[in-house]
Design a protein around this ligand. Structure first.
Ligand code: NAD
Ligand SMILES: O=C[C@H](O)CS(=O)(=O)O
Length: 503
């Protein structure tokens, strides 16, 4: 949280104002080709704290020319990195991870200042972000090929994997650190440089990652961060420049479709981590207290602003009233406030537009018969604080059933049986994550296999980990991040036929 200096009452735009131990982590320059730079025309844009609207920092407002230089610097640095060994890449990624761990508190404070999430969640994100660098430092040493029995005696066939080349990442505001390392760790492990465009709301976490990458000894040009208030302009360069061979995007489905189209002209590889509409199903044999806690963890994490938040909660009719009552008690006890307050469970939403979307969903649901069991209004704190909310009597014709709310609202739907709830859960163009609570082992397998999503959480509300493949199906995306699968998105497969060997 920014503090105004006593004598001038101006915001304290310094690391001290944020309580940082290492002032160098608060950067107000972009990192391009290993240099910290301003925009060519000197333009800058503001970063404001969602908790109170205070000015946190200003950063350069780059355009296509600067982004083009970042791409060209990446291409110039690529040959040396491509020639490095997995072990050499591993050492630098490991060092980067260790530096993140050493600066965890500062990175968390920066993240909370620009994104708003409670510090305890921000610390968790830094750990999560660091885990991807740690994971891919290990994967860098295990990029294996194949040998294939040749069809002719004088031949030998081998398959090798080579880095795809200059890659671009466009990342969202809700996880401003982890969504970057989840991509950059995989790209660099594979031997591919990366140019990152963070969300205009939250560039400071990305710039702090660049500080630590530089300290870790990552050669200049391999990791650049370009900040801009004009994502369309920067995106046009990243998707249109033929040097860029791969674009990885995390954000809304609508923007993902735009970027996918823009990449078609130069046939770029595309990875898309897009929107969700996660069903959260509670069967009548579930541990209800565990299901309540799992729902709280999933629904209200980051004030409901995650792509894998429970968005539709289906409760079997025989336990509906009991579950709703237990949930309402827990939600009413949640504390809302600025993320720097250690007692807070839920911070602010990112902006006024997010507040309006929540209110639109609530107004539509209540007009169609839903009732408020907890919350239901803007918080008394004002600004972009919203009461954690539970709705009952929710029906499939409501906007909240078909659209991602991206806010702290838990709509409870009732259902009768397994076949019905599977059909309703799958009745969406999205397919990122699903959750359900139940203890019958036969039903657990049947439901886990029947749900149309890339990720299924069984008796848990939190599925986020570096070791497992993260990604969606249908209009929730393409490709997988993290896990042993994540590095494949940054590799090309080459088949070599050695002939004329005699024998
Ligand atoms: N699947 C995932 O892993 C995941 C993770 C986080 C967020 N999301 C989704 O993202 C959405 C919310 O995040 P958001 O509001 O930041 O999404 P967004 O799509 O508005 O923005 C994401 C990024 O894209 C950039 N962008 C926006 N329009 C662009 C354009 N025309 N060209 C190039 N870049 C452009 C933004 O500047 C930002 O960096 C939700 O739908 C959420 O589900 C998905
Ligand atoms: O919001 C999207 C993130 O990918 C969620 S998670 O932290 O990876 O689970």
């Amino acid at each position: 949280m920014k503090s105004a200096t006593a004598e001038t009452n101006a915001p304290d735009l310094t690391a001290a104002g944020l309580g940082l131990e290492d002032a160098a982590l608060l950067r107000d320059r972009c990192f391009v080709g290993g240099h910290w730079m301003e925009a060519d025309d000197g333009r800058r844009f503001e970063i404001r704290n969602p908790a109170d609207g205070s000015l946190v920092a200003t950063v350069p407002d780059l355009g296509r020319a600067e982004v083009r230089r970042a791409i060209e610097a990446a291409n110039a640095a690529w040959p040396q990195w491509r020639a490095s060994t997995g072990k050499q890449r591993a050492a630098i990624l490991r060092k980067w991870a260790d530096l993140m761990a050493a600066h965890r508190e500062d990175l968390a404070r920066l993240l909370t200042a620009e994104q708003g999430k409670p510090l305890k969640e921000a610390r968790g994100e830094i750990d999560y972000a660091m885990s991807f660098l740690e994971w891919f430092s290990e994967e860098a040493k295990r990029i294996y090929g194949d040998t294939i029995p040749a069809p002719h005696g004088d031949q030998r066939i081998v398959v090798i994997k080579q880095p795809i080349g200059v890659s671009a990442a466009i990342t969202p505001w809700n996880f401003p650190s982890a969504m970057i390392t989840r991509k950059a760790g995989a790209a660099l492990a594979a031997g591919s440089p990366m140019v990152v465009k963070p969300a205009e709301q939250t560039p400071l976490s990305a710039l702090a990652l660049a500080v630590l990458a530089e300290r870790a000894g990552l050669p200049a040009g391999l990791f650049s961060v370009v900040t801009s208030s004009s994502p369309q302009e920067v995106g046009a360069e990243l998707t249109g420049n033929s040097i860029v061979r791969k674009v990885s995007f995390t954000g809304s489905t609508a923007v993902g479709k735009i970027l996918m189209r823009q990449c078609a002209d130069t046939v770029k590889r595309v990875s898309l981590e897009l929107g969700g509409n996660a069903p959260f199903i509670v069967f009548d044999d579930a541990d209800l207290d565990a299901a309540v806690e799992g729902l709280i963890a999933s629904k209200f994490r980051n004030a409901g602003q995650t792509c894998v938040c429970a968005n539709r909660i289906y409760v079997q009719s025989g336990i509906y009233a009991d579950f709703a009552a237990r949930l309402a008690v827990r939600v009413k006890a949640m504390r809302v406030g600025a993320g720097t307050d250690p007692e807070v469970d839920q911070g602010p939403l990112i902006d006024e537009a997010a507040m309006r979307k929540v209110e639109t969903h609530l107004g539509d649901a209540r007009a169609k018969g839903a009732a408020v069991a907890a919350g239901g209004s803007r918080h008394a704190l004002g600004g972009t604080f919203f009461e954690p909310t539970v709705l009952t009597g929710v029906s499939d014709d409501m906007l909240i059933a078909s659209e991602e709310t991206f806010g702290p609202v838990a709509p409870l739907f009732s259902f009768e049986d397994e076949a019905e709830v599977i059909a309703r859960a799958n009745a969406t163009p999205f397919g990122l994550c699903s959750y359900f609570y139940g203890r019958d082992i036969g039903r657990v397998w049947r439901v886990a296999e029947a749900l149309e999503s890339g990720i299924v959480g069984v008796n848990t509300g939190i599925i986020s980990t570096d070791v497992a493949p993260f990604g969606g199906i249908k209009e929730s995306g393409l490709g997988r991040e993290g896990s042993k699968y994540g590095v494949e998105d940054y590799l090309e497969v080459k088949y070599i036929c050695l002939a004329g060997l005699g024998g």
